[in-house]
Write a protein that binds this ligand. Structure first.
Ligand SMILES: *Cc1c(COP(=O)(O)O)cnc(C)c1O
Length: 396
């Protein structure tokens, strides 16, 4: 198979760095040269700036931590969620969502998603609630907001809503930023996320000073002041000064990057429609505005892997977010209590196309053309497909 044109990687973080190199380099040197490396002024000013980005002058606090996983874990701990408590989340989310729930001893209840938005289905959430349910973790998957109003209604006053906004920095729902709607909002600054550090990082958004203080202690050994531990389950989960300085620089560019993501996603959609390519794209809830973290198309289970192979041999790198529902992961299969058919179908038919703010418009054109060719090559069952790369039998 010949490769026409340059290879198109799934993600390229280098171009972003090169464009803002002077600002990043200056921030790194400032942080390293300060002689103060954790819980200092860089972290504080990033927390203030991120809080302002999320809610402006409204009440609220950001507590920066070491990762998105820790942001979820610390939110659960701060919310008093522990052994045996049931926590409802989406079956098609990333592993860390469930890993965080398990890490506090709670039991994940995997719930199915809506067939159009691919996000936690509020009606099914309501059905899964029992007396043991202590929290709901809606996941704003691919950057698109969950339907937060009915999810909050389902939670009522007795249960917490902890938003997993790891993929949704900048997304909105009915005039509010995702991550500021529930009781806790957790963010990830993993390098590939919309706001990514040059290493690991994360943050929690909360409304009350009490929650802020509790989270601040939890991330720092459970200490209120130096050498005085008064909070159990304390850990070390701090955002270091170098990452905080880098994130403060990148935060200033986030809106522009998210705008470019929106334009590129619109271009993908427009071209897919114009070519009449038989794939589905994610739909949004009324009043929601996606942060467009990924651009994902849904094919059919019988052809998904073959289409990816064709794109790969055409020099186009694609990924799958995610290839298995979490209740089919060895670590969580004990918590599989009921089928989640929509999530299952998505896991075996989605493809994430190359997507980042430095992707070229011309590349979007080439990707969509190749996608169209590949999908049309397999009108029914893909020929010669017996087992896919993950060793599962391909479904007919
Ligand atoms: C990335 C991600 C996380 C975890 O964030 P880390 O910073 O990598 O720990 C959690 N949930 C979702 C949905 C994610 O995409």
């Amino acid at each position: 198979m010949t490769i026409s044109g340059a290879r198109i990687p799934f993600l390229d973080l280098k171009d972003q760095y090169l464009e803002i190199r002077d600002e990043i380099d200056a921030a790194v040197l400032r942080a390293v040269g300060s002689g103060w490396y954790v819980l200092g002024s860089e972290c504080e000013s990033f927390e203030r700036a991120f809080k302002e980005y999320l809610v402006g002058e409204e009440n609220g606090y950001v507590v920066a931590v070491n990762s998105g996983t820790d942001a979820l874990r610390l939110s659960l701990l701060a919310g008093g969620i522990g052994a045996g408590d049931r926590v409802i989340t989406a079956a098609n989310t990333a592993i860390p969502t469930a890993a965080a729930i398990r890490s506090v001893g709670a039991v994940p209840v995997f719930c199915d998603v809506d067939p159009k938005t691919w996000l936690l289905d509020p009606a099914q959430v309501a059905k899964r609630i029992t007396r043991k349910t202590r929290a709901i973790v809606p996941v704003h998957l691919y950057g698109a907001s969950c339907d937060m109003d009915p999810i909050r209604d389902a939670a009522g006053r007795r249960r917490l809503v902890i938003e997993d906004a790891a993929q949704a920095t900048g997304a909105e729902y009915r005039g509010r930023k995702c991550g500021t709607i529930g009781n806790f909002g957790s963010f990830s600054f993993y390098p590939s996320k919309n706001l990514g550090a040059c290493g690991d990082g994360g943050a929690v958004f909360v409304r009350s000073r009490k929650d802020r203080d509790l989270l601040s202690r939890l991330r720092n050994y459970g200490q209120r002041t130096r050498y005085r531990a008064d909070t159990a389950f304390g850990m070390n989960s701090r955002l270091d000064e170098v990452q905080a300085a880098i994130l403060s620089v990148k935060l200033r560019h986030l809106e522009a990057w998210n705008r470019t993501r929106r334009e590129l996603a619109a271009s993908y959609r427009m071209r897919i429609a114009a070519h009449g390519i038989p794939v589905a794209v994610q739909e949004e809830y009324e009043g929601a505005s996606s942060a467009n973290h990924l651009f994902v198309v849904k094919t059919r289970p019988s052809i998904r892997d073959a289409v990816m192979e064709r794109l790969s041999s055409g020099g186009i790198q694609t990924l799958v977010h995610y290839p298995r529902t979490l209740d089919r992961q060895p670590a969580f299969s004990a918590f599989r209590k009921h089928p989640n058919p929509v999530s299952e179908e998505l896991c075996s038919s989605v493809i994430s196309l190359p997507f980042h703010p430095y992707l070229k418009e011309a590349d979007v054109g080439r990707i969509v053309e190749r996608l169209g060719e590949a999908v049309r090559e397999f009108p029914g069952r893909a020929p010669g497909m017996r087992r896919n790369r993950r060793g599962r039998a391909d479904k007919p």
